[in-house]
Design a protein. Structure first.
Length: 453
């Protein structure tokens, strides 16, 4: 850096509609809770799960950040409609890149990026703040169909020479990639004087000035509580500069170095989550989302639902539909109409397809009339996580049907449990997250488990 599916809980007694997704809806979907959780996980303030194991990501220095890279790969892989590339560029360096292909103009590319490596432990502002924002924008926009291609890029080895970004930008230029804009984020969480100032670093290269103008215009369009400082000529000490070197349009967005209001904990292990100005960070993340959703350009598909006491209905007319059981991520056989009346209580969503665009609605917890879930503590599964034997205990009179599904929705195990205490061997399964579903008559039990080795 410089040196110079929302979940809605609805009971059967409620009737309501889940609102359609406009640009403003998606901007407002940027969640400070989600950003904060990612920040704390990615800086080692709290433990997280990688590869089915509980881990702490305390340090992200380039020689010691494989765990951080694996975390990012898993985060992107859990999202919709993304092609994830783990891109090595030297012995230690690896960029983590997720691409969301545009439905109308797939060759028109907009990039949102940040570096994820650090120089010390924690390093929340530099640059977990940027990394968390890229992940948050991807989390939300990956649920939408976009006209243009969006690339969510997380660079390695920025701190030792902008190496990851240089590799990608050089390749892109050699390949003739039509990159229309690169929005780089580096250090966006500190506002020591509470003046809400931030910098846009820009130079008159390609259409970079127009990018700056678009960002400034969005401040007024959505009334963000921010004040902009335009720095021209902008710094070359972050990853956007490598795209300038290749003749691409690019800007840097971050806290106000121009006003000497950067974190005093720069490049030290004192750069921690507790030092950040979270409302300021959240507002900047929403501005960045506004730019990406505007440039990505939403395809007009309504993936919202209307909920009645007995029926779920897609609000998109004249489309193809596939209803999905959210507890397993599996399509429900034969449920391909606009409306669906569940006979078993559970969590459901609908996949809506219009032309080449397919979007998945939010999952809705639905309690069906005449059906029930098992009472609390009726079924107990342990240990969780497990590396070998999974024990299931229950206090029911009849047999249970046990099903285990991978995170992709593939059934990997099915067994009728005839005993009140059963032990199942999980040691042959790959480590990762799985979903348990147990049924008996019209009752259903669902739980997530983790298998680690």
């Amino acid at each position: 850096m410089k040196k110079v599916f929302l979940l809605f809980s609805l009971s059967f007694s409620l009737i309501g509609a889940l609102s359609a997704q406009t640009e403003l809806d998606l901007i407002n979907a940027v969640s400070l809770d989600s950003l904060s959780q990612t920040l704390q996980e990615f800086t080692g303030e709290v433990a997280t799960n990688v590869g089915g194991n509980s881990v702490t990501i305390l340090n992200r220095e380039q020689s010691n950040n494989d765990l951080a890279g694996d975390y990012l790969v898993e985060k992107f892989n859990a999202m919709n409609s993304l092609t994830v590339t783990d891109q090595p560029f030297n012995t230690n360096g690896r960029n983590i890149i997720a691409t969301q292909l545009g439905k109308t103009n797939p060759n028109d590319i907009y990039i949102i990026c940040s570096h994820y490596d650090s120089v010390a432990d924690y390093c929340a502002d530099d640059n977990a703040s940027g990394t968390a924002t890229v992940l948050e924008v991807a989390r939300i926009l990956s649920t939408q169909c976009m006209d243009n291609t969006l690339v969510y890029a997380l660079w390695d080895e920025e701190e030792i020479g902008l190496r990851g970004a240089n590799f990608y930008a050089s390749q892109a230029n050699n390949n003739g990639d039509n990159i229309l804009g690169v929005l780089n984020i580096d250090m966006m969480g500190y506002d020591g004087d509470d003046d809400d100032d931030f910098d846009i670093d820009v130079r008159p290269i390609a259409n970079s000035i127009e990018m700056k103008d678009d960002l400034v215009a969005l401040l007024a369009t959505y009334n963000f509580n921010l004040n902009v400082n335009v720095v021209n000529p902008g710094t070359t000490a972050s990853d956007h500069a490598r795209f300038w070197d290749q003749g691409y349009s690019a800007v840097l967005v971050g806290e106000s170095w121009d006003n000497d209001d950067q974190t005093p904990y720069y490049h030290s292990s004192s750069d921690r989550f507790s030092t950040l100005d979270l409302p300021y960070f959240h507002e900047l993340a929403k501005l960045i989302m506004s730019y990406m959703v505007t440039k990505g350009s939403l395809v007009s598909v309504d993936n919202s639902l209307t909920v009645s006491p007995s029926t779920l209905t897609s609000n998109m007319d004249n489309a193809s539909y596939q209803w999905v059981d959210c507890s397993t991520n599996l399509p429900i056989p034969s449920e391909v109409n606009q409306s669906f009346s569940p006979t078993i209580s559970g969590s459901y969503a609908v996949e809506v397809t219009v032309g080449s665009c397919t979007e998945l609605s939010a999952c809705v917890d639905f309690t069906s009339l005449g059906t029930h879930t098992f009472k609390l503590n009726t079924i107990n599964i342990y240990p969780n996580p497990t590396s070998s034997i999974l024990t299931i205990e229950h206090s029911l009179n009849d047999d249970l049907m046990f099903e285990l599904f991978s995170i992709e929705g593939k059934q990997v195990l099915q067994k009728v449990l005839t005993e009140k205490r059963s032990k199942l061997n999980m040691s042959q399964l790959s480590k990762g997250t799985y979903f348990v579903r147990m049924t008996q008559n019209k009752k259903v039990f669902s739980q997530q488990i983790v298998i680690g080795k």
